[in-house]
Design a protein around this ligand. Sequence first.
Ligand code: NAP
Length: 266
Amino acid sequence: MTHSLSPVLHNAAFVALGMDWTYVAFHVATGLGAKAVEAVRVLGIEGLSVTMPHKSDVAAVVDVLSDDAAALGAVNTVLRRNSRLVGDSTDGHGFMAALSEAGFDPAGKCCMVVGAGGAGRAVVLALARGGAARIVVVNRDPGRAGSAVALGGGVAVVGGVECAAESDLVVNATPVGMGLAHNSTVGAGVVDTDLLGPGQFVYDLVYHPAQTPLLFAAAGRGATVLNGLPMLVHQAARQFELWTGEVAPLEAMRVAVHHELSSRVS
Ligand code: NAP
């Protein structure tokens, strides 16, 4: 939890709006996520962010699930509505908001999603809801790939790395590339970057480093690229709005997270 950027994002937002709220990260041991939700009820806390490995456990003990959280069977946000606790998932919103901000509309497009974990599943669901014409899910574990495809509303299929050639959008939803130098030769490995080129949009959910090996190689071949930092900010902004009912101060959140990441690098 000491490396979580969530306290930085949310506390910057509270300060920017002059709100007397605070966001604190707690380490919760595996298997105790449901008990942490009971603490929220008892202590009157307004909301929670939930990270792995607790997302499914928490989905099972809140009072109500949003449509996204119900479809994914996972919760990354808990909020209080009167006396009931609602479980939501803001990753799909964050993914789409950042994509739209970057000028890419997935409606009618061929998309490839590498990775079928929590993030990959949320991306497949969001792309299907966003009107993607085709979603190819590429994952090591075929069972997990199939479960992500089931979220794709009939337009998703399991595929292989060669599908990058015919994709308008290529998303890396694996941790591969995290913490690697931009010119590392192993870090772009989940996508065959020789198949990428101009007219394609490559979106790496990893945000550290800002230029992952995949994005470095894709940009070098003329593709448009986006890292995961805008998604991180937008999914947090959505959490903030669910908890507080206020419009999130996006710029203050962006500045705070950039400042924090550059201080970690130096
Ligand atoms: P997860 O649930 O643990 O899933 C990890 C996925 O990556 C699985 O599909 C796994 O494949 C695949 N994978 C892991 N190592 C691999 C490797 N060496 N080669 C090929 N595939 C590999 O994790 P997650 O929550 O989905 O997160 C995935 C990434 O997205 C992380 O880097 C996370 O930080 C990032 N993320 C970013 C944001 C954001 O706001 N920017 C939000 C959420 C997540 P198998 O199923 O075959 O094991």
